[in-house]
Ligand binder design. Structure first.
Ligand SMILES: *Cc1c(COP(=O)(O)O)cnc(C)c1O
Length: 421
């Protein structure tokens, strides 16, 4: 029932009624999301039990952190939850970009090559790889040759071209970005990955397949490793931190490769033997336990946003009824002011900094100015309800996250209130 509390958030009765109607059309989609959630919850629970997680695993440690049981157990729990031989999950990995860059720089030797088969990588990686404006210490400085192949228009892989280039160059790394990033394209499904990865392994069996898994974890009942990837990497302040992990990233996959990357995380020959954390490990464990649920909340919110955008006649992606492979909903406003207003509306229904008005700014690592609505508990955490956009034509915003579906729904109601006037 429409209520005073909604009115205080500038939500109109009309927007409320409309949202209920749109929501009722999503029943089947929500059932599918809940089924995936249940399977992932069981998988996470089994990972906790098999690794005998106990209260002493949460204890802080100091100094070198030799025999840090909390750290070692957390790695094992993550590995099992992701279907990996081994995983490293650490507050010392500062972001998703750091996790991905560690994987690349840990696996690539001098003068080796890397082929991206999903087009241009995420913005924050271009200077690090050295595709544009190579930063000091970029992969390019180490003689790493980078090349890329675009995805097809439907976000499937261009397999004939991939086979041809692999046969010619035999790259050390074949790289895939699962989520859409700041591109107007769909996220890549595990089925599409499977057929491409089978082809990669046939033509170039020594190539290592690395997947940027940011925003993808737990959106499906398996991770890209099950489709044949060798290494996946991602951020803890997105899906898999469950909204509780205060910082961090992870990489996971074949043990041999995970160990090699760990020599880059710390020191060759020392790897994962050291590293303490004087904060408690509790939020990392509890966050992982909650992640199947928070991801489901995000997926439902994204589907409802898609419905509202479709109703409003705005081009948006994916479709409300689509099966998703990331938690992101993209919407094209075609107009700078409407884009900025939308992001400001998201900020206005945020629990933290709800009183501030976000403006575009030159964020480190991004080419265009970016506007970010992130009224989050954990700074910049997009497991929480957030919207961000590079401020350039055609003015596309990316909205994602929501720790609770009700919060996502409130944001949809607020958007409809603002636009139905
Ligand atoms: C967020 C994101 C990254 C980078 O993660 P940060 O934690 O922001 O550094 C990389 N790739 C994709 C697809 C992302 O969405």
């Amino acid at each position: 029932m429409y209520n005073e509390e909604l009115k205080k958030l500038n939500i109109s009765a009309k927007a409320y009624e409309l949202t209920l109607k749109l929501e009722s059309e999503l029943r089947e989609i929500f059932c599918g999301i809940e089924e995936t959630e249940c399977i992932n919850q069981a998988k996470v629970l089994n990972a906790f039990q098999q690794n005998r997680v106990a209260a002493y695993c949460f204890m802080p440690t100091t100094g070198y952190g030799y025999d840090d049981l909390g750290r070692d157990t957390l790695d094992k729990v993550f590995a099992d939850a992701l279907g990996a031989e081994a995983a490293v999950v650490s507050p010392h990995i500062v972001s998703g970009t750091h996790a991905i860059f560690l994987a690349l720089s840990g696996l690539l030797g001098i003068n080796e090559s890397m082929l991206s088969v999903s087009g241009h990588p995420y913005d924050t990686l271009t200077e690090a790889i050295g595709i544009e404006n190579p930063a000091a210490g970029s992969l390019k400085e180490y003689g790493i040759e980078y090349s890329e192949i675009e995805l097809n228009d439907d976000a499937s892989f261009n397999i004939p071209e991939i086979k041809k280039r692999l046969a010619e160059t035999k790259p050390r790394i074949v790289y895939v970005q699962r989520s859409r990033g700041y591109a107007w394209r769909e996220a890549i499904t595990l089925d599409n990955m499977k057929s491409a990865f089978d082809a990669v392994k046939r033509v170039s069996p020594d190539s290592i397949i690395v997947v940027d898994n940011c925003y993808g974890e737990f959106t499906d009942t398996a991770e890209p490793l099950a489709a044949g990837a060798d290494i996946i990497a991602g951020s803890l302040i997105k899906n898999i931190g469950g909204g509780l992990a205060p910082t961090g990233g992870y990489y996971a996959g074949k043990r041999e490769y995970v160990d090699r990357i760990s020599n880059r995380l710390t020191v060759p020959g020392i790897g994962r033997e050291t590293g303490s954390y004087f904060g408690s490990y509790l939020p990392f464990y509890q966050g992982l336990f909650l992640a199947p649920h928070t991801v489901a909340q995000s997926l439902k919110s994204a589907a409802l946003f898609a419905k509202a955008f479709e109703f409003s006649g705005l081009p948006s992606m994916p479709e409300s009824i689509a099966k998703r492979s990331d938690i992101v909903q993209a919407v094209c406003f075609g107009d700078k002011e409407r884009l900025i207003k939308f992001c400001q509306g998201i900020q206005a229904v945020s629990p933290v900094d709800g009183f501030v008005i976000p403006e575009p700014w030159a964020m480190p690592g991004y080419n265009d100015e970016v506007i970010m609505a992130a009224g989050t508990f954990v700074q910049g955490a997009s497991a929480e309800l957030t919207a961000d956009a590079p401020v350039c034509k055609p003015y596309i915003a990316y909205v994602q996250g929501a720790l609770t579906y009700s919060h996502g729904k409130i944001a949809v109601m607020r958007f409809l209130s603002d636009t139905l006037k």
